[in-house]
Design a protein around this ligand. Structure first.
Ligand code: PLP
Length: 383
């Protein structure tokens, strides 16, 4: 059976160039970069090269990059580390549509007595900036607002948001796990204090991430131990994976322009075709401010999970809600926050592309999807 992988917001295929770059660090250059001897010490320069490549993708300084184990660690470190470093009790402002990697640490802080504000979105998934403005008026806060949404692909105006937060005297972190490698990011122009990213969303392996920390940002170390990462994150560096992330960042930077246009054409063709051939379907989310690789479509009156099972039988991999919440028949918190009507919310399905998708993938889906929708509608109690 052929596999048509359209679940790249959940994870991406490791690029062969990335695997190739990593191999020497398992087989030959396996020393500890902190060692005093030549054998370990020679590895340190490759870690620094990777740091410089990742910094270049973000428009950052290499010294502002801290390698972590994943996006979740980066998010937790940013939010809790900023709260712990604040020196006074700060409020926390986030949104209702964040990934659990942000919402869970915020709710944990709430249980510890911190004041948490969750800003809402409209039916297009766009952030209510007036609500943010009035939340900021109530005193300085640690703010965590994502750059792009994992379920709908909706991009928030993070430059504007960052300016609002800085003017209010707050600290601004952005979860850019879905944005890095997909859209241009230049942190010289966007005044966020911290940014999270994750390797496995941009063709590096799982188990490596990074946190950008702008010079001068107060952050309490989250993982205490040795002096690695200039004392900002203890633990012996995961050298092969760091090198892999550096290579993935380099590839993303080199191919972004051409891939953005090719991938968005594939996505748009799929979207148009599905809307034409599957009656009572609709796009969830603002289609103007959206990642080039993502579409979230509701096929009304049917369950998204049922769509996924039928697609999976044909070798097509997609998602309903975020990977972390699938398995539950409740519509995702993002779709609910947008107020998508009940009959559409349950049928929401996300297709997310990568540089490895082809026109044939889109053809295959367009050929099969109308039959699946038809079959499920015939069984639906709502039709
Ligand atoms: N933030 C967002 C927006 C995500 O989409 C994800 C993963 O899906 C994460 C954070 C967590 O990243 P990781 O899987 O590397 O922990």
């Amino acid at each position: 059976m052929r596999t048509v992988y359209l679940d790249n917001n959940a994870t991406t295929q490791v690029a062969p160039e990335v695997t190739e770059a990593m191999m020497p660090f398992f087989n030959d250059l396996w020393g500890n970069p902190s060692s005093m001897h030549y054998f370990g010490g020679q590895v340190a320069k490759y870690v620094e090269e990777a740091r410089a490549k990742l910094a270049a993708l973000l428009g950052a300084e290499p010294s502002e990059i801290v390698f972590t184990s994943c996006g979740t660690e980066s998010d937790n470190t940013a939010i809790k580390g900023a709260i712990n470093a604040a020196g006074r009790r700060m409020r926390v402002i986030t949104t209702r549509v964040e990934h659990p990697a942000v919402l869970s640490p915020c709710r944990d802080l709430q249980e510890q007595g911190y004041d948490i504000v969750e800003i809402g979105v409209n039916e297009k998934g766009s952030l209510d900036l007036d609500e943010l403005e009035s939340a900021l008026e109530q005193g300085p806060a640690v703010v965590s607002i994502m750059w792009a949404n994992n379920e709908t692909g909706v991009i928030f105006p993070i430059r504007k948001i960052a300016r609002m937060v800085k003017e209010s005297g707050g600290v601004i972190h952005t979860d850019a796990v879905q944005a890095v490698g997909k859209i241009p990011i230049d942190l010289k122009k966007v005044p966020v204090d911290m940014l999270s990213l994750s390797g496995h969303k941009l063709h590096a392996p799982k188990g490596i991430g990074a946190l950008y920390v702008r010079k001068g940002t107060k952050l309490k170390t989250f993982l205490m131990g040795g002096h690695q990462e200039h004392g900002r994150r203890g633990g012996t560096e995961n050298v092969p994976y760091i090198v892999g992330l550096g290579r993935a960042a380099e590839l993303a930077a080199a191919h972004m322009d051409e891939e953005t246009s090719r991938v968005s054409k594939l996505r748009d063709r799929l979207e148009k075709g599905l809307l034409e051939t599957c009656p009572d379907s609709r796009i969830n989310g603002d289609t103007e401010h959206r990642l080039p690789n993502t579409t979230n479509i509701s096929f009304q009156y049917i369950e998204g999970e049922a769509v996924l099972y039928h697609l999976s039988d044909l070798g097509v991999c997609a998602s309903s809600g975020s990977a972390c919440t699938s398995g539950s028949l409740e519509p995702s918190h993002v779709i609910r926050a947008m107020g998508v009507p009940f009959t559409a919310a349950h049928g929401s399905t996300r297709f997310s592309f990568s540089r490895y998708n082809t026109d044939e993938d889109v053809d295959y889906l367009l050929e099969n999807m109308p039959k699946i929708v038809d079959r499920l509608r015939n069984l639906s109690p709502f039709v």
